[in-house]
Ligand binder design. Structure first.
Ligand code: SAM
Length: 289
């Protein structure tokens, strides 16, 4: 199997041979551009002894490239009908393990312990669009075991994740991801590099988890405060917190908490930095619904 798997002719031959049918509901848009593939892999700064998790290997296009640059690659693919294809396209790669499972259902801790012997991993994926956020949030739960993540995602999602305060894209997703990671938008990617071609453009997103969380606050209370603050986006931070925490805390108490955190009650959530959310969460600790 010497042909490049990004070649549409090769892909057509393979899918015909195996009688494979694309599943739109599984977000199957396969990459057909070698330059974009190289950009994604280069963004991961792979070293020979790195171990890599790939979510949704598809036909094995990225998997083969990763296998040639890293010590081990584990691909988790939900679609049973892709397994014989992967066995074929990856037959010369002896450092690849394919797991036929739903990434959202498997235990990531278990996978890291068994397939990666507890080592820190890099994660790469051309993510299925319908579950981009749950996959990223699941990976963040294991941020301590992850060195770096590089994803191909919808452009709009990459913009939301990398947005800063004051931007209209800045919201719960930006704050939660940036609580754990430095987030960078590497490059825009046109819809023409996929087969079949999706209706939207994409982008390469790089997430580098901090070795140690930068803020001295529990993540549970942090998440609660961020969600409550953005629950009524058009309202001031005070009104938003009052509406979402009103049954629990008196208006006076909410005002006091905002004062303790040094946050002007007339500001809006979309203008608060992550550091300010962390201060607010700290001031709220123990008294949130
Ligand atoms: N990596 C391939 C590429 O770049 O050409 C395929 C990317 S395609 C956008 C997404 C892949 O994720 C598909 O192969 C799809 O079957 C798989 N997938 C979808 N949902 C999944 C899930 N819950 N767990 C694991 N894989 C999933």
């Amino acid at each position: 199997m010497d042909d490049k798997l990004t070649s549409p002719t090769t892909i057509k031959k393979i899918i015909q041979h195996f009688g494979f049918r694309f599943s739109r509901s599984l977000g199957q848009n396969f990459l057909i551009d070698e330059n974009i593939l190289n950009k994604i892999v280069e963004a991961a700064e792979l070293k020979k002894d790195d171990v890599v998790l790939e979510v949704g290997p598809g036909l094995g296009t990225m998997t083969r490239k990763l296998a040639s640059r890293a010590a081990k690659v584990v691909g988790v693919e939900i679609d049973k009908s892709l397994i014989p294809i992967l066995t074929y396209t990856l037959k010369t790669c002896n450092n690849v393990e394919i797991i036929n499972d739903d990434f959202l259902k498997l235990s990531l801790n278990n996978l890291i312990d068994t397939s990666f012997k507890g080592r820190n991993i890099k994660v790469l994926a051309n993510l299925p669009y319908y579950i981009t956020n749950p996959i990223i949030l699941k990976l963040l739960e294991n941020h301590e075991s992850i060195e770096l993540m590089v994803f191909l995602v919808q452009k709009e999602v990459a913009e939301r994740i990398t947005a800063g305060p004051g931007s209209r894209d800045y919201g719960v997703l930006s704050v939660i991801v940036q609580f754990f990671c430095e987030a960078r938008l590497v490059s825009a990617v046109p819809r023409t590099v996929f087969m079949p071609k999706p209706k939207i453009d994409s982008a390469i997103l790089k997430l580098i988890p901090y070795k140690k969380i930068l803020y001295d606050v529990g993540k549970e209370s942090f998440f609660k405060v961020v969600k409550a603050s953005f629950a009524y986006r058009r309202k001031t931070i005070y009104n938003s917190l009052k509406k979402s925490q009103g049954q629990n805390l008196s208006p006076q108490k909410i005002k006091e908490i905002l004062q303790t955190a040094g946050i002007d009650e007339t500001r809006r959530a979309e203008h608060l930095s992550i550091k300010e959310f962390a201060r607010l969460a700290k001031a709220f600790e123990g008294c949130l619904l």
